[in-house]
Design a protein around this ligand. Structure first.
Ligand SMILES: Cc1cc2nc3c(=O)[nH]c(=O)nc-3n(C[C@H](O)[C@H](O)[C@H](O)COP(=O)(O)OP(=O)(O)OC[C@H]3O[C@@H](n4cnc5c(N)ncnc54)[C@H](O)[C@@H]3O)c2cc1C
Length: 388
């Protein structure tokens, strides 16, 4: 696929970055992709997947050197997400959720917090992001979990649902309302919740349409005592922390969606060049070629846009929320569209579990829902054009 090879060459990775990416490609090809169908069917991640990633020091890629990591450029992290999602979306989301959850600690924690909490993540620990509650989805300000100060501790009471890695995370970046602040938005605060804290309970694990090998948990906090030293920022700074953290996780979700889209595109092109009907390859029918042309063009544009968002992050820009929303929205819509087209081009075979496109279509759906539904992203982007 010359177009995509040229695009890849234009990225101009350094020699060291090429080596890193090649290592992840090798693990993706030899360990993760071969396990993907079984992981999906059994609904659990084979332990060798995370072991292979930890053997490469995967978490170190997003943790600064001073706290046990070996930080790379943000675009290298995004590329690894894409490589892993192409091989197995569940494995990719288990890994990238650690970044998505903990980047606020990485970027905004105090040195004391980062020295104390990050080395265990650099060594392969898992992170989670605890925002959603039964009545607080797209509008997170409806959350009811409370943080009540009590001497040197904070008492956490409440629960979260749909939490990726919620049952297995070593650290959860948790959002709740500060009991002493009486303001719907202004009360939201953030703390780091550590595994093993008494009163923590896994209430339920979801059975899902896709990403079946990654866990999605309902979790409860029954008067859990968390040291006040784990409060991120000041009481009431939660929304600011939330928005700044989403700006970095949305490109990550976009990369994840592009990994799924790329897998679907490759399978589709390959099948269309094998399958013959009416004496011709199905890739030779002009209607199908038009679809391929549109799909390849949109995929290449979405890749390039994500590179642009990575430029903004690496330049330490602060106002790139709309650009991040555009990347997430377009990449996830594309993953859904390409995986649906890929099933269609496989005909009846595409509907069967024997073909990877069946799983890719199921995995693609949630990328339009999580990290802000695409309706919410359209609203955010559209609103930016309204003259005040
Ligand atoms: C597999 C999975 C994993 C997840 N992992 C996590 C996680 O790790 N941590 C976490 O905190 N959350 C997680 N979530 C939650 C996810 O972020 C929410 O599901 C999502 O934000 C939507 O919230 P909701 O499900 O309550 O839907 P709702 O907000 O109730 O939305 C229902 C519908 O209404 C639409 N809608 C809502 N508001 C608007 C609006 N203003 N304008 C137009 N339409 C609107 C939505 O687009 C949607 O179509 C996960 C969800 C899933 C499915």
């Amino acid at each position: 696929m010359q177009i995509f090879e040229n695009l890849e060459r234009a990225r101009k990775w350094s020699e060291e970055e090429k080596l890193i990416l090649d290592q992840f490609r090798r693990v993706a090809d030899t360990v993760i992709a071969p396990n993907a169908a079984r992981a999906d069917a059994e609904g659990r991640l084979p332990p060798e997947n995370m072991k292979a990633l930890n053997d490469l020091g995967a978490n170190m890629l997003f943790i600064p050197d001073a706290f046990g990591g070996s930080l790379v450029r943000y675009r290298v992290y995004l590329e690894v997400v894409k490589i892993l999602a192409e091989a197995c979306a569940s494995t990719a989301i288990v890994w990238s959720t650690t970044f998505n959850g903990l980047k606020s600690l990485i970027d905004q924690g105090t040195d004391e917090q980062r020295k104390r909490l990050l080395p265990r993540i650099a060594e392969g620990g898992l992170g989670a992001l605890g925002i959603t509650e039964p009545n607080a989805g797209s509008d997170a300000t409806g959350m009811k979990t409370t943080f009540t100060p009590d001497g040197d501790d904070i008492i956490v009471d409440g629960g979260k649902m749909f939490i990726t890695n919620g049952d297995i995370a070593d650290l959860i970046l948790l959002f709740g309302r500060w009991s002493e602040i009486d303001d719907r938005k202004g009360a939201i605060s953030t703390l780091i919740f550590e595994k093993g804290t008494p009163g923590f309970e896994v209430v339920r694990l979801e059975k899902k349409m896709g990403h079946c090998a990654s866990s999605t948990a309902t979790i409860a906090f029954n008067k859990c005592r968390v040291p006040r030293a784990n409060l991120l920022g000041k009481p009431g700074e939660g929304l600011r922390i939330l928005f700044s953290s989403l700006n970095k996780s949305r490109p990550s979700i976009a990369a994840h969606a592009l990994g799924i889209a790329t897998a679907a595109f490759k399978d589709m092109v390959s099948y269309m060049n094998e399958r013959t009907q009416s004496g011709r390859k199905i890739s030779e029918f002009q209607g199908n070629q038009f679809m391929l042309a549109d799909t390849a063009t949109d995929l290449a544009m979405a890749e390039r846009w994500l590179d642009y968002v990575a430029d903004l992050v690496e330049a330490n820009e602060v106002e790139y929320g709309h650009e991040a929303s555009m990347a997430k929205m377009r990449a996830s819509d594309l993953a859904m569209r390409i995986s649906t087209d890929a099933v269609q081009m496989h005909g009846g075979y595409g509907y069967m579990r024997d073909f990877r496109v069946e799983r890719l279509m199921r995995d693609a759906k949630v990328t339009q829902i999580w990290e802000g539904t695409n309706q919410v992203h359209r609203q955010l982007i559209g609103r930016s054009f309204v003259k005040r």
